[in-house]
Design a protein around this ligand. Structure first.
Ligand code: SAH
Ligand code: SF4
Ligand code: F3S
Length: 451
């Protein structure tokens, strides 16, 4: 028996691609291994979005050298966005790497591994393609996860000036709706009850190819029997149409939760980022969303310290966050990326100031998250149960209110909830249950099942 191990860094798209690597190599006899040491083949699935992510990839690749030295036949592959960006250059930093395959070479993985393992070849495949393979991911052997992901499009044409994605993932390409519906149906048959549709900018789904638009795709996917919940990520504020906003009110399975990255609250910064919307446009879209769906949970991404970001620009970001009151927020210090235009902008913000701004922003959001979580206490929420566990009493604790049998799931607004199932929870995974929220703890909620 042969084992493989994929170490993934980066976004949901990369996590979903890792799943594809396992499924593509299963026909060659590879089973998922428990660790790199216990495997014959390790693939490092990398992310290039910020310098830190790239460093993390190289440090993991570095750790594999020792295993390679003592384990004959052990093979190392590098995949994902750093593989696409650096190609053969990775071999100068890590000469023990056996194969490198880029984001468009994923479907050639079985041939690549065969050449590497059987013929001892070293392969670098970072060719880019103009179209997606017909069956992007549709095959058997799904994991059976209650909440699963389906890629609907790849690449990005937006060229935000800070971003490496258009260079490492290539041009935007959408899959046919029939292939997407088929993959969703297979995953539902394998046990999925919630599907998140993935793409860098899902609102422009199908435009280039003249396919049905994204709202229509949502309707078709929502028709899949057995599916309870539908989500998507990520959407671009410039393309958030009234039609899509309306979908939240008219498609019952579509969760009232939207991740809508704003990046900055300053129109001047947004313009230099090439985001193609203003602060005012963004806030107008949020108002419209909340008119149509007052319960809408909102998430965002923000970059602090973009070149030229003045104290006033940053204050505008803080005031936007205070205005919108997000349910979740990811904040990042700006990082120069190869090829991205902003790397050539002159007025860089010093690291120390970026760190200070990041802390101020995260503290502001922490307060908002806490208040929002506390406001949930006493409410009854529906959660989709994704798993269960037994939380043991902490050593020495006389009473731990959260110990005991627990089921875990998320609310429609994507809040994590741990709940006392109240009875035998054996068949609860994959079911929607109603939970009365008793306590708010840090980033999660705790509750008790109600009838
Ligand atoms: N396609 C998605 C985002 C993909 S990258 C979108 O358009 O929203 C995820 C997040 O990483 C971005 O939203 C941005 O906030 C952050 N990011 C991207 N490039 C960055 C950079 N050079 N430095 C810091 N953060 C960056
Ligand atoms: Fe990057 Fe902008 Fe494309 Fe998102 S929309 S992936 S931030 S270029
Ligand atoms: Fe990273 Fe590539 Fe995703 S750069 S964020 S893994 S598309």
């Amino acid at each position: 028996m042969k084992f493989m191990y994929v170490f993934t860094i980066g976004c949901q798209m990369n996590i979903s691609d890792a799943d594809l690597f396992y499924r593509l190599l299963a026909p060659l006899g590879y089973m998922p291994g428990d660790s790199p040491e216990a495997s014959d083949l390790v693939i490092v699935n990398t992310c290039a979005i910020r310098a830190k992510a790239e460093d993390k990839a190289f440090s993991f690749i570095g750790r594999l050298q020792a295993i390679k030295a003592r384990k004959p036949g052990f093979r190392v592959g590098v995949a994902g966005c750093v593989a696409q960006q650096e190609g053969a250059k990775i071999l100068t930093r890590a000469p023990y790497v056996d194969f490198i395959f880029g984001t468009h070479a994923i479907w050639r993985l079985p041939e690549i591994v065969t050449l590497v393992v059987q013929e001892g070849r070293r392969i670098v495949d970072v060719d880019m393609a103009n179209e997606l393979p017909e069956r992007d991911g549709s095959s058997d052997g799904f994991t059976g996860a209650v909440s699963d992901f389906v890629t609907i499009m790849r690449g990005c044409d937006n060229f935000c000036t800070y971003c490496v994605v258009p260079y490492v993932r290539g041009r935007e390409m959408s899959r046919a709706p029939e292939a997407i519906v088929e993959e969703v149906s297979r995953k539902v048959r394998a046990g999925a009850r919630e599907i998140t549709l993935l793409g860098q900018n899902v609102n422009s789904y199908g435009k280039k190819e003249g396919l049905p638009d994204f709202s229509e795709l949502l309707r078709r996917v929502a028709d899949v029997e057995g599916l309870h919940r539908l989500r998507f990520a990520t959407s671009h504020p410039k393309d958030l149409s009234d039609d899509l906003i309306h979908a939240f009110a008219t498609i019952p399975k579509l969760c009232s939760h939207l991740h809508l990255p704003v990046q900055s609250g300053s129109s001047a910064v947004l313009s230099r980022m090439n985001r193609k919307y203003s602060r005012e446009h963004y806030l107008e879209r949020i108002d419209r969303l909340r008119d149509v769906c007052p319960e809408m949970a909102l998430g965002t991404d923000i970059i602090v310290g973009f070149p030229g970001e003045s104290p006033e620009d940053f204050m505008n970001t803080l005031s936007l966050v205070e205005k919108v009151r997000y349910d979740s927020l990811f904040a990042f210090a700006y990082s120069d990326r190869p090829n991205a235009r902003a790397a050539g902008f002159t007025d860089k913000v010093p690291e120390k100031i970026k760190k200070e701004r990041l802390k101020i922003l995260l503290d502001l959001q922490d307060g908002i998250t806490r208040e929002k979580n506390e406001a949930c206490v006493g409410r009854v929420e529906e959660i989709l149960v994704e798993g269960k566990n037994i939380r043991t009493l902490a050593p020495g604790a006389i009473h731990d209110p959260v110990a005991g049998e627990r089921v875990t799931g998320r609310t429609e607004g994507n809040r994590l909830v741990h709940a006392d199932p109240g009875e035998n929870s054996s068949d609860m995974v994959g079911q929607c249950i109603r939970v009365c929220i008793d306590r708010a703890l840090g980033h999660s909620l705790w509750g008790t099942r109600v009838a």
